[in-house]
Design a protein around this ligand. Structure first.
Ligand code: ZN
Length: 369
Protein backbone atom coordinates (compact mmCIF):
# COMPACT_ATOMS: atom_id res chain seq x y z
CA UNK A 1 0.00 0.00 0.00
CA UNK A 2 1.30 3.39 -0.90
CA UNK A 3 0.71 7.05 -0.42
CA UNK A 4 1.24 7.62 -4.11
CA UNK A 5 -1.15 5.11 -5.50
CA UNK A 6 -3.22 3.02 -3.20
CA UNK A 7 -5.94 3.43 -0.67
CA UNK A 8 -8.30 6.33 -0.67
CA UNK A 9 -7.33 7.51 2.79
CA UNK A 10 -3.67 8.11 2.09
CA UNK A 11 -4.31 9.43 -1.37
CA UNK A 12 -6.78 11.99 -0.10
CA UNK A 13 -4.26 13.24 2.43
CA UNK A 14 -1.49 13.44 -0.08
CA UNK A 15 -3.69 15.34 -2.48
CA UNK A 16 -5.01 17.87 0.01
CA UNK A 17 -1.75 18.76 1.67
CA UNK A 18 0.49 18.82 -1.33
CA UNK A 19 -2.02 20.80 -3.32
CA UNK A 20 -2.11 23.37 -0.52
CA UNK A 21 1.64 23.41 -0.36
CA UNK A 22 1.94 23.91 -4.12
CA UNK A 23 -0.39 26.87 -4.03
CA UNK A 24 1.24 28.56 -1.10
CA UNK A 25 4.85 28.18 -2.16
CA UNK A 26 4.57 29.30 -5.76
CA UNK A 27 2.30 32.17 -4.87
CA UNK A 28 0.60 31.71 -8.22
CA UNK A 29 -1.15 28.47 -7.43
CA UNK A 30 0.26 26.80 -10.49
CA UNK A 31 2.44 24.13 -8.90
CA UNK A 32 5.34 22.90 -11.00
CA UNK A 33 5.87 22.16 -14.67
CA UNK A 34 6.36 18.69 -16.04
CA UNK A 35 8.21 18.33 -19.28
CA UNK A 36 8.55 15.12 -21.21
CA UNK A 37 11.78 14.01 -22.84
CA UNK A 38 10.99 16.14 -25.88
CA UNK A 39 10.40 19.23 -23.78
CA UNK A 40 6.61 19.15 -24.21
CA UNK A 41 4.54 20.39 -21.31
CA UNK A 42 2.40 17.59 -19.89
CA UNK A 43 -1.06 17.69 -21.34
CA UNK A 44 0.22 18.81 -24.73
CA UNK A 45 -0.23 16.49 -27.66
CA UNK A 46 2.60 14.00 -27.86
CA UNK A 47 3.32 13.66 -24.16
CA UNK A 48 0.13 12.16 -22.75
CA UNK A 49 0.87 8.66 -24.01
CA UNK A 50 3.01 7.93 -20.99
CA UNK A 51 1.83 10.51 -18.48
CA UNK A 52 -0.90 8.74 -16.53
CA UNK A 53 -3.18 11.21 -14.81
CA UNK A 54 -2.11 9.98 -11.42
CA UNK A 55 1.59 10.31 -12.10
CA UNK A 56 1.04 13.74 -13.55
CA UNK A 57 -0.58 14.82 -10.31
CA UNK A 58 2.18 13.28 -8.23
CA UNK A 59 4.85 15.15 -10.17
CA UNK A 60 2.91 18.40 -10.06
CA UNK A 61 2.78 18.09 -6.30
CA UNK A 62 6.32 16.86 -5.88
CA UNK A 63 7.82 19.75 -7.78
CA UNK A 64 7.11 22.68 -5.41
CA UNK A 65 8.11 20.56 -2.41
CA UNK A 66 11.31 19.61 -4.21
CA UNK A 67 12.04 23.29 -4.86
CA UNK A 68 11.70 24.08 -1.18
CA UNK A 69 13.98 21.13 -0.26
CA UNK A 70 16.60 22.44 -2.71
CA UNK A 71 16.27 25.96 -1.28
CA UNK A 72 16.80 24.54 2.21
CA UNK A 73 19.84 22.61 0.98
CA UNK A 74 21.36 25.87 -0.31
CA UNK A 75 20.51 27.67 2.93
CA UNK A 76 22.14 24.96 5.07
CA UNK A 77 25.22 25.12 2.83
CA UNK A 78 25.42 28.90 3.43
CA UNK A 79 25.16 28.34 7.17
CA UNK A 80 27.91 25.72 6.93
CA UNK A 81 30.20 28.20 5.15
CA UNK A 82 29.98 30.51 8.20
CA UNK A 83 31.54 27.82 10.41
CA UNK A 84 35.28 27.15 10.83
CA UNK A 85 36.65 25.00 8.04
CA UNK A 86 37.15 21.37 9.05
CA UNK A 87 34.97 21.73 12.16
CA UNK A 88 32.67 18.88 13.15
CA UNK A 89 29.62 21.15 12.95
CA UNK A 90 30.50 22.32 9.44
CA UNK A 91 30.91 18.76 8.22
CA UNK A 92 27.52 17.91 9.73
CA UNK A 93 25.83 20.83 7.97
CA UNK A 94 27.54 20.01 4.66
CA UNK A 95 26.31 16.42 4.87
CA UNK A 96 22.81 17.62 5.70
CA UNK A 97 22.84 20.02 2.76
CA UNK A 98 23.92 17.25 0.41
CA UNK A 99 21.20 14.88 1.62
CA UNK A 100 18.49 17.54 1.31
CA UNK A 101 19.65 18.46 -2.18
CA UNK A 102 19.63 14.85 -3.40
CA UNK A 103 16.25 13.88 -1.90
CA UNK A 104 14.00 12.45 -4.61
CA UNK A 105 16.18 13.78 -7.40
CA UNK A 106 15.10 10.82 -9.50
CA UNK A 107 11.80 8.97 -9.37
CA UNK A 108 11.39 5.60 -11.04
CA UNK A 109 7.82 4.78 -12.01
CA UNK A 110 6.44 1.56 -13.42
CA UNK A 111 3.69 1.92 -15.98
CA UNK A 112 1.67 -1.31 -15.96
CA UNK A 113 0.09 -0.62 -19.29
CA UNK A 114 -2.29 -3.61 -19.35
CA UNK A 115 -3.98 -2.39 -16.17
CA UNK A 116 -3.44 1.30 -16.93
CA UNK A 117 -1.79 1.74 -13.51
CA UNK A 118 1.35 3.60 -12.55
CA UNK A 119 3.36 2.93 -9.40
CA UNK A 120 6.27 4.78 -7.89
CA UNK A 121 8.91 2.06 -7.56
CA UNK A 122 12.20 3.60 -6.44
CA UNK A 123 13.71 6.81 -5.16
CA UNK A 124 16.23 8.05 -2.62
CA UNK A 125 14.90 10.17 0.22
CA UNK A 126 16.71 12.14 2.91
CA UNK A 127 14.32 11.23 5.78
CA UNK A 128 14.80 14.72 7.24
CA UNK A 129 11.09 15.25 7.75
CA UNK A 130 11.52 18.47 9.74
CA UNK A 131 13.52 20.22 7.02
CA UNK A 132 12.38 18.55 3.82
CA UNK A 133 8.73 18.92 2.76
CA UNK A 134 8.99 15.85 0.52
CA UNK A 135 9.88 13.68 3.50
CA UNK A 136 7.66 15.67 5.88
CA UNK A 137 4.60 14.84 3.84
CA UNK A 138 5.54 11.15 3.56
CA UNK A 139 6.19 11.00 7.31
CA UNK A 140 2.84 12.62 8.15
CA UNK A 141 1.05 10.43 5.65
CA UNK A 142 2.42 7.21 7.17
CA UNK A 143 1.18 8.36 10.58
CA UNK A 144 -2.29 9.23 9.25
CA UNK A 145 -2.70 5.81 7.67
CA UNK A 146 -1.52 3.95 10.79
CA UNK A 147 -3.55 5.95 13.33
CA UNK A 148 -6.67 5.96 11.17
CA UNK A 149 -6.63 2.18 10.83
CA UNK A 150 -6.06 1.68 14.54
CA UNK A 151 -8.79 4.17 15.49
CA UNK A 152 -11.40 2.46 13.35
CA UNK A 153 -10.28 -0.96 14.62
CA UNK A 154 -10.55 0.14 18.27
CA UNK A 155 -13.99 1.72 17.88
CA UNK A 156 -15.27 -1.45 16.23
CA UNK A 157 -13.66 -3.76 18.80
CA UNK A 158 -15.21 -1.81 21.68
CA UNK A 159 -18.58 -1.72 19.92
CA UNK A 160 -18.48 -5.52 19.54
CA UNK A 161 -18.06 -5.70 23.34
CA UNK A 162 -21.05 -3.39 23.83
CA UNK A 163 -18.95 -0.33 24.75
CA UNK A 164 -19.00 3.02 23.01
CA UNK A 165 -15.81 4.89 22.11
CA UNK A 166 -16.28 8.47 20.92
CA UNK A 167 -13.62 10.35 18.95
CA UNK A 168 -12.64 13.91 19.89
CA UNK A 169 -10.49 16.35 17.98
CA UNK A 170 -8.76 18.39 20.66
CA UNK A 171 -6.53 21.47 20.41
CA UNK A 172 -4.33 22.88 23.19
CA UNK A 173 -2.43 26.17 22.97
CA UNK A 174 -0.05 28.10 25.21
CA UNK A 175 0.81 31.78 25.40
CA UNK A 176 3.32 32.88 22.80
CA UNK A 177 6.95 33.10 23.89
CA UNK A 178 10.16 34.83 22.80
CA UNK A 179 12.41 31.81 23.39
CA UNK A 180 11.39 28.71 21.45
CA UNK A 181 13.22 26.21 23.74
CA UNK A 182 11.67 27.74 26.89
CA UNK A 183 8.16 28.01 25.45
CA UNK A 184 8.37 24.50 24.05
CA UNK A 185 9.61 23.07 27.35
CA UNK A 186 6.68 24.54 29.31
CA UNK A 187 4.24 23.41 26.65
CA UNK A 188 5.62 19.89 26.35
CA UNK A 189 5.63 19.36 30.12
CA UNK A 190 2.05 20.62 30.39
CA UNK A 191 0.83 18.21 27.72
CA UNK A 192 2.62 15.37 29.51
CA UNK A 193 0.97 16.31 32.82
CA UNK A 194 -2.46 16.23 31.16
CA UNK A 195 -1.69 12.87 29.52
CA UNK A 196 -0.45 11.44 32.85
CA UNK A 197 -3.87 12.03 34.41
CA UNK A 198 -5.26 9.15 32.36
CA UNK A 199 -3.03 6.65 34.18
CA UNK A 200 -3.50 8.45 37.49
CA UNK A 201 -7.27 8.02 37.10
CA UNK A 202 -6.64 4.30 36.57
CA UNK A 203 -4.66 4.18 39.80
CA UNK A 204 -7.49 6.00 41.60
CA UNK A 205 -10.00 3.44 40.32
CA UNK A 206 -7.73 0.72 41.70
CA UNK A 207 -7.91 2.38 45.12
CA UNK A 208 -5.06 4.90 45.25
CA UNK A 209 -6.22 7.71 47.51
CA UNK A 210 -3.55 10.16 46.44
CA UNK A 211 -4.74 9.99 42.81
CA UNK A 212 -8.45 10.54 43.49
CA UNK A 213 -8.27 14.04 41.95
CA UNK A 214 -7.62 12.46 38.54
CA UNK A 215 -11.09 10.88 38.43
CA UNK A 216 -12.56 14.26 37.54
CA UNK A 217 -10.03 14.83 34.75
CA UNK A 218 -11.24 14.93 31.13
CA UNK A 219 -8.61 12.24 30.56
CA UNK A 220 -10.21 9.80 33.03
CA UNK A 221 -12.30 8.02 30.41
CA UNK A 222 -9.83 8.27 27.51
CA UNK A 223 -8.75 4.86 26.18
CA UNK A 224 -6.40 6.00 23.40
CA UNK A 225 -4.90 9.26 22.33
CA UNK A 226 -2.30 10.96 20.20
CA UNK A 227 -1.07 14.54 20.34
CA UNK A 228 0.99 16.02 17.53
CA UNK A 229 2.90 19.23 18.24
CA UNK A 230 3.04 22.08 15.80
CA UNK A 231 5.58 24.89 15.93
CA UNK A 232 5.10 28.25 14.28
CA UNK A 233 5.38 31.95 14.89
CA UNK A 234 2.18 33.80 15.81
CA UNK A 235 1.13 35.80 12.76
CA UNK A 236 0.52 38.99 14.71
CA UNK A 237 3.09 38.84 17.50
CA UNK A 238 5.93 37.16 15.63
CA UNK A 239 6.54 35.17 18.84
CA UNK A 240 6.85 31.38 18.95
CA UNK A 241 3.57 29.60 19.29
CA UNK A 242 3.71 25.88 19.96
CA UNK A 243 0.34 24.16 20.03
CA UNK A 244 -1.00 20.67 19.62
CA UNK A 245 -3.85 18.90 17.91
CA UNK A 246 -4.87 15.52 19.21
CA UNK A 247 -7.30 12.67 18.73
CA UNK A 248 -8.78 11.21 21.89
CA UNK A 249 -10.93 8.07 21.92
CA UNK A 250 -13.02 8.26 25.03
CA UNK A 251 -15.95 6.58 26.74
CA UNK A 252 -17.21 9.99 27.75
CA UNK A 253 -17.59 13.51 26.45
CA UNK A 254 -14.54 15.80 26.29
CA UNK A 255 -16.22 19.08 27.17
CA UNK A 256 -14.40 22.17 25.95
CA UNK A 257 -15.12 24.14 29.14
CA UNK A 258 -13.81 21.39 31.40
CA UNK A 259 -10.75 20.90 29.22
CA UNK A 260 -10.04 24.64 29.30
CA UNK A 261 -10.26 24.81 33.11
CA UNK A 262 -8.01 21.78 33.52
CA UNK A 263 -5.49 23.08 30.99
CA UNK A 264 -5.34 26.48 32.71
CA UNK A 265 -4.77 24.78 36.07
CA UNK A 266 -1.85 22.85 34.56
CA UNK A 267 -0.21 25.66 32.57
CA UNK A 268 -0.98 28.44 35.03
CA UNK A 269 -1.78 30.96 32.29
CA UNK A 270 -3.20 29.33 29.16
CA UNK A 271 -6.82 28.36 28.65
CA UNK A 272 -7.45 28.50 24.90
CA UNK A 273 -8.43 25.01 23.81
CA UNK A 274 -10.92 23.34 21.53
CA UNK A 275 -12.76 20.04 21.53
CA UNK A 276 -15.05 18.70 18.86
CA UNK A 277 -16.53 15.27 18.34
CA UNK A 278 -15.53 13.74 15.01
CA UNK A 279 -16.41 10.69 12.95
CA UNK A 280 -13.54 8.27 13.41
CA UNK A 281 -14.12 6.84 9.93
CA UNK A 282 -13.49 10.24 8.34
CA UNK A 283 -9.75 10.48 7.76
CA UNK A 284 -9.85 14.28 7.43
CA UNK A 285 -9.57 14.84 11.18
CA UNK A 286 -6.41 12.76 11.41
CA UNK A 287 -4.98 14.57 8.41
CA UNK A 288 -5.48 17.85 10.26
CA UNK A 289 -4.05 16.46 13.50
CA UNK A 290 -0.99 14.75 12.06
CA UNK A 291 -0.01 17.18 9.32
CA UNK A 292 3.50 18.57 9.42
CA UNK A 293 4.81 19.81 12.76
CA UNK A 294 6.56 22.62 10.93
CA UNK A 295 4.49 24.43 8.34
CA UNK A 296 7.11 24.81 5.64
CA UNK A 297 4.96 27.04 3.50
CA UNK A 298 4.48 29.50 6.37
CA UNK A 299 8.06 29.53 7.64
CA UNK A 300 11.15 31.23 6.33
CA UNK A 301 14.12 28.96 5.70
CA UNK A 302 15.89 30.58 8.66
CA UNK A 303 13.00 30.00 11.10
CA UNK A 304 12.56 26.45 9.87
CA UNK A 305 16.25 25.64 10.31
CA UNK A 306 16.62 27.42 13.66
CA UNK A 307 13.50 25.71 15.07
CA UNK A 308 14.83 22.29 14.06
CA UNK A 309 18.24 23.01 15.60
CA UNK A 310 16.70 24.37 18.82
CA UNK A 311 14.43 21.34 19.24
CA UNK A 312 16.82 18.55 18.24
CA UNK A 313 15.98 15.32 19.99
CA UNK A 314 12.54 16.54 21.09
CA UNK A 315 9.58 14.39 20.22
CA UNK A 316 6.74 16.09 18.37
CA UNK A 317 4.30 13.25 18.97
CA UNK A 318 2.78 11.77 22.13
CA UNK A 319 0.72 8.62 21.89
CA UNK A 320 -0.78 6.87 24.85
CA UNK A 321 -3.27 4.23 25.99
CA UNK A 322 -4.23 1.86 23.19
CA UNK A 323 -2.23 3.96 20.71
CA UNK A 324 1.00 3.58 22.65
CA UNK A 325 3.78 1.89 20.69
CA UNK A 326 2.20 2.25 17.25
CA UNK A 327 4.99 2.43 14.68
CA UNK A 328 4.01 3.81 11.27
CA UNK A 329 5.67 2.06 8.37
CA UNK A 330 7.38 4.81 6.44
CA UNK A 331 8.66 2.40 3.84
CA UNK A 332 5.15 2.63 2.33
CA UNK A 333 6.51 5.77 0.76
CA UNK A 334 7.00 3.83 -2.44
CA UNK A 335 4.83 1.22 -4.02
CA UNK A 336 6.44 -1.80 -5.55
CA UNK A 337 4.25 -4.46 -4.06
CA UNK A 338 1.25 -4.51 -6.34
CA UNK A 339 0.75 -5.64 -9.90
CA UNK A 340 4.00 -7.59 -9.82
CA UNK A 341 2.79 -10.16 -12.32
CA UNK A 342 2.07 -7.81 -15.16
CA UNK A 343 4.49 -6.35 -17.69
CA UNK A 344 5.46 -2.73 -17.28
CA UNK A 345 7.52 0.08 -18.73
CA UNK A 346 10.05 1.78 -16.47
CA UNK A 347 9.87 5.56 -16.57
CA UNK A 348 12.59 7.58 -14.95
CA UNK A 349 11.97 11.20 -13.98
CA UNK A 350 14.82 13.41 -12.80
CA UNK A 351 14.77 16.91 -11.36
CA UNK A 352 16.70 19.43 -13.44
CA UNK A 353 16.41 23.21 -13.57
CA UNK A 354 13.36 23.48 -11.33
CA UNK A 355 11.22 20.69 -12.85
CA UNK A 356 10.98 16.94 -13.16
CA UNK A 357 11.83 15.66 -16.65
CA UNK A 358 11.18 12.27 -18.18
CA UNK A 359 14.49 10.72 -19.14
CA UNK A 360 14.63 9.26 -22.66
CA UNK A 361 14.31 5.54 -23.31
CA UNK A 362 11.66 3.76 -21.22
CA UNK A 363 12.66 0.16 -20.52
CA UNK A 364 9.96 -2.45 -21.13
CA UNK A 365 10.00 -5.38 -18.71
CA UNK A 366 7.88 -8.45 -19.37
CA UNK A 367 6.08 -10.45 -16.71
CA UNK A 368 8.63 -13.28 -16.84
CA UNK A 369 11.69 -11.15 -16.05
ZN1 ZN B 1 13.70 14.52 1.89
Amino acid sequence: MSNIVGDAASDQYFTGNLATFATSTTGRGEGGRILDSNGNKSGEKGSDWCLGEHRKKVLLRFTPAKRRARAMARYVSERAAELPEGSKERKKFDKLSLELGLCRNCLLFKHHYLEGRVTLAKMISCKRARLCPLCGIAHANAHVVTYHRKSVQLVEEYRARGEELRAWFVTLTVKHGVSLPDTYKLFSRSVQRLVDRRREADKARRGSLKHQYALSSVMASVMAGVFSFEIKRGSGSGLWHPHTHGLLLSHGEIKKGELSREWEAITGNSFIVDSQEVDVHDVKSLCEILKYSLKFSEMTLEDNFDAVMALQGKRFLRSFGEFYGLIPDESTDIDDTILLDSPYIELLYCYRGGSYHLMPGGLEVSAEE
